[in-house]
Design a protein around this ligand. Structure first.
Ligand code: NAD
Length: 359
C-alpha cells in the first residue's frame, strides 16, 4: 500500500504517544522515522515501531528520557542517552554540539547508551542546516552481532554506520554520505526473505562461513549467518574503527561478548561538528565544492541510463518521489504496525482511518 507522508506520520505519532511518550517526543521520533521512509531507508522507518514497543515492554527502552550531559569541557561534550529514544537524545546532543560549535569552531561530541538512533544522516542534516560539516561514527550493542570481519566466518560487529555531511553551495546540493559498513542492511535481507527472493551473491555467508544468497540465514534462531563488510578488509577496518571510536571513547563500550546482549538495539556515537568558516574562506570553499562535485559527476557513465550521482542524491530523489506519490509500506510491516498499535490500546479502525486518504 501507499500511504501519504502526513498520514503515516500521524499513525506513528499516535502509536508512539500510546507507548507513554509525551506529544513532543512522539513528534520527534515519528518525524525521524517517516523521513527515513521518505529518503528510501525503510529499514530505519516506521517498521521499527513494533520493535520499540517490544523493547518498551521488556524495559529496554525508556520513554521521556532527555540527553544527559556527563561532560562539558569547552569543545568536548559527552552525553548519556540512558536508553531513551535515540531519535530524541541524539537530536538533543547534536543541538548542543551545534550551539557550542558557534563558540569553539569545532566540537567533539559523544553519546553513549542510547536506544536505537535510527538514520545517522538525520544528524548530518542537523549540522548542514547550521552550515557546518559533521562526521559521525556509530556502533551497536545489546543485539547479536551481524557483520563478519574480513576473513572471519561468523558475525562480530553490528552494521556500524558512518556519516559525513558537507554543505553545498547555491549551485551544488549538500553532500551526505550515510552508510552502514555492511554490504547490505539487515532490513534488506528481511525484505528479500519476506518476498521469497535471493540476495545478490557476495553479500552473505552462512553459519559455516560459506557464501550464500539465502537471506534466511540471518534470521535463524541458531547457526546464524553473517553480512559481509563493504570493501573487504577496508570495511572491516571501518567497522572496527566504529567500535573503538564510538564504543570506547563514548564510554558506552563495544559489542565484545563480555557485555550483556538483551535483544534491543543500543547505539553509541562519536561526532565531530566543524565550522568550515574557521578554516577556509567560505566563498572559496563553495567554488571548490562546486568544481570538485561537478568534476566527479561529469565522468562519462559506463551505462548511459545510470549517470554518476553524489552521496545524498538518491535520498533526495526518493523523498521528492515519495512525498508526491506516497510511501510504500509492505503488508508484513503494516500488519506489525497494527499489532503494535493494538498493544498500546489503539483500534485497527482508528489506524485505518488515519492511514487511508485520497490516493
Ligand atoms: P545505502 O547503501 O543505500 O547508501 C549509502 C550511501 O551511498 C548514501 O549516502 C547514499 O546517498 C550513497 N549512494 C547510494 N547510491 C549512490 C550512487 N549511485 N552514487 C553515489 N552515492 C550513492 O545505505 P545503507 O548503507 O544501506 O544505510 C542505510 C541507513 O541505515 C543509513 O541511514 C544508516 O545511517 C542506517 N544505519 C543505522 C544503523 C544504526 O545502528 N542506527 C546501523 C546501520 C545503518
Amino acid at each position: 500500500m501507499l500511504i501519504r507522508y502526513d498520514r503515516l506520520r500521524r499513525v506513528a505519532e499516535a502509536v508512539l504517544g500510546g507507548t507513554g511518550s509525551t506529544a513532543e517526543e512522539a513528534v520527534i521520533v515519528a518525524e525521524h522515522l517517516v523521513r527515513a521512509n521518505l529518503t528510501g531507508h525503510d529499514s530505519h522507518g516506521v517498521g521499527m515501531i513494533p520493535y520499540y514497543v517490544r523493547f518498551l515492554g521488556d524495559g529496554l527502552l525508556v520513554p521521556n528520557t532527555a540527553a544527559r550531559r556527563v561532560r562539558d569541557d569547552g569543545a568536548i561534550l559527552a552525553f548519556d542517552g540512558d536508553r531513551g529514544y535515540g531519535q530524541r537524545v541524539a537530536r538533543e546532543a547534536m543541538d548542543a554540539a551545534i550551539e557550542r560549535c558557534a563558540e569553539t569552531g569545532v566540537v567533539l561530541m559523544t553519546l553513549r547508551s542510547s536506544c536505537h538512533i535510527g538514520r545517522i544522516g538525520s544528524y548530518g542534516e542537523q549540522a548542514l542546516a547550521a552550515g557546518y560539516v559533521s562526521i559521525h561514527f556509530v556502533n551497536v550493542q545489546d543485539h547479536p552481532p551481524l557483520l563478519s570481519p574480513f576473513r572471519g566466518g561468523d558475525a562480530r560487529f553490528g552494521t556500524n554506520p558512518i556519516c559525513v555531511a558537507v554543505p553545498g553551495s547555491g549551485r551544488t546540493e549538500t553532500i551526505l554520505l550515510d552508510m552502514a559498513t555492511s554490504k547490505i542492511a539487515l532490513g534488506k535481507a528481511r525484505v528479500a526473505m519476506n518476498k521469497g527472493e535471493l540476495v545478490v551473491e557476495g553479500r552473505l555467508i552462512d553459519h559455516r562461513g560459506r557464501p550464500t544468497s539465502d537471506p534466511s540465514v540471518m534470521f535463524a534462531e541458531e547457526r546464524r549467518g553473517a553480512l559481509l563488510p563493504i570493501g573487504e578488509h577496508k570495511g572491516y577496518g571501518l567497522a572496527l574503527a566504529c567500535e573503538l571510536l564510538a564504543g570506547v571513547l563514548s564510554g558506552g563500550g563495544t559489542i565484545e561478548p563480555g557485555r550483556r546482549r538483551q535483544g534491543s538495539i543500543v547505539n553509541n556515537m562519536l561526532s565531530f561538528v566543524i565550522d568550515p568558516g574557521r578554516l577556509v574562506d567560505l566563498e572559496w570553499m563553495r567554488n571548490e565544492i562546486d568544481a570538485m562535485v561537478a568534476y566527479a559527476r561529469d565522468s562519462p557513465p559506463v551505462n548511459p541510463e545510470e549517470p554518476v550521482l553524489v552521496a545524498g542524491e538518491p535520498e533526495r530523489q526518493s523523498a521528492s518521489d515519495r512525498m508526491a506519490n506516497g510511501i510504500p509500506v509492505d503488508d508484513t510491516t503494516w500488519s506489525e504496525i497494527r499489532g503494535a498499535a493494538e498493544t498500546v490500546g489503539l483500534s485497527s479502525e482508528q489506524i485505518e482511518a488515519w492511514s487511508t486518504g485520497s490516493f
